[in-house]
Design a binder for this molecule. Structure first.
Ligand SMILES: Nc1ncnc2c1ncn2[C@@H]1O[C@H](COP(=O)(O)OP(=O)(O)OP(=O)(O)O)[C@@H](O)[C@H]1O
Length: 280
């Protein structure tokens, strides 16, 4: 059995002090294999982003272990890249320079050879092609649509060939059509780059379509409630969203989110409304 890429053991996370203290994550146990695409879903406040940030080394945990390749993480590292909902591109740089900016900074601090610089340039070209940015490579961020800006942010995150890509609701601000395009693009990136991807989303359909496994988290305190294997082949296409197995899993996960959070679905609210008699 190969060693998992990421192992999380007995992880605890608290925010605040004394009476104000809340437990954001409790008893988290999770193993993620190399080249796995795993998605986190669950009601608001169940700790999805906090867990992602801890794996990324952007947040400290209070107890437990987070191991990457068997080693405890020490803060952020070049092996883990993050993509957020709000693409923080540099407005004064064009697409190509945004993608390679961090790499250029690194080149100044490391003792970089000409071969390294050329390799970085080749990598930029490859990512521009992979992310479908060739036509806009000299454009500035404010000349791009939201979807295009997010492509640039993903290309930039991939620049250093991270082992692990951590994505926090990266498509949350995009319209439905653009999201679908981005779903297929990110599955394509996953296939070619062979990165391990952890993807946080509110959208259960997105979580199933993208993931090999879906981790359902529950709130108060944030914990892992259940994990679902996605019964879809590696090659995904949009029609699969209408297949009986997809719809059944979606129903099952939505029901479980409702049970664990006390949330009402639109369907429940409609039933409640129709059962309430209006006084004449
Ligand atoms: N910096 C912070 N200080 C205090 N409490 C925090 C902080 N960050 C998160 N929390 C709390 O920790 C819990 C988990 O938050 P987190 O943002 O990880 O949940 P989430 O599942 O990602 O929510 P959402 O889906 O709404 O983004 C929440 O109760 C939140 O209020």
């Amino acid at each position: 059995m190969t060693q998992p890429k990421i192992v999380i053991r007995d992880l605890q996370k608290f925010f605040g002090e004394g009476k104000q203290q809340t437990q954001a994550l409790k008893d988290i146990e999770l193993a993620i294999q190399a080249n796995e695409f795993i998605t986190f879903v669950g009601a608001s406040g169940c700790g999805k982003s906090t867990l992602l940030r801890i794996i990324g080394g952007l947040e400290q945990h209070n107890a437990g272990d987070v191991l990457v390749n068997g080693q405890a993480i020490q803060g952020a590292g070049i092996d883990r890249a993050m993509v957020f909902q709000h693409y923080s591109l540099y407005p004064w740089l064009g697409v190509r320079d945004n993608i390679r900016f961090c790499r250029r900074l690194q080149a100044h601090t490391d003792d970089c050879s000409q071969a390294d610089v050329e390799a970085a340039s080749g990598r930029t070209d490859a990512l521009i092609r992979l992310m479908g940015l060739s036509a806009v490579e000299h454009a500035y961020p404010n000349q791009l649509s939201g979807g295009m800006q997010q492509r640039v942010a993903i290309a930039r995150a991939l620049m250093a060939k991270p082992d692990i890509l951590l994505m926090d609701e990266p498509f949350g601000a995009l319209d439905a059509q653009t999201r679908e395009v981005m779903h297929d693009l990110i599955r394509h990136v996953f296939k070619l780059e062979k990165t391990t991807i952890i993807f946080v989303t509110h959208d259960v359909e997105e979580g199933i379509y993208l993931g090999n496994r879906v981790v359902l988290m529950a709130p108060r305190p944030g914990r892992i409630d259940s994990i679902y294997e996605v019964p879809l082949p590696a090659e995904r296409h949009q029609d699969m969203k209408h297949s009986p197995e997809f719809l059944q899993l979606k129903r099952q996960i939505l029901d479980r989110i409702r049970e664990t959070s006390g949330m009402k679905t639109d369907f429940d609210l409609l039933q409640q409304l129709t059962n309430t008699s209006v006084p004449m």
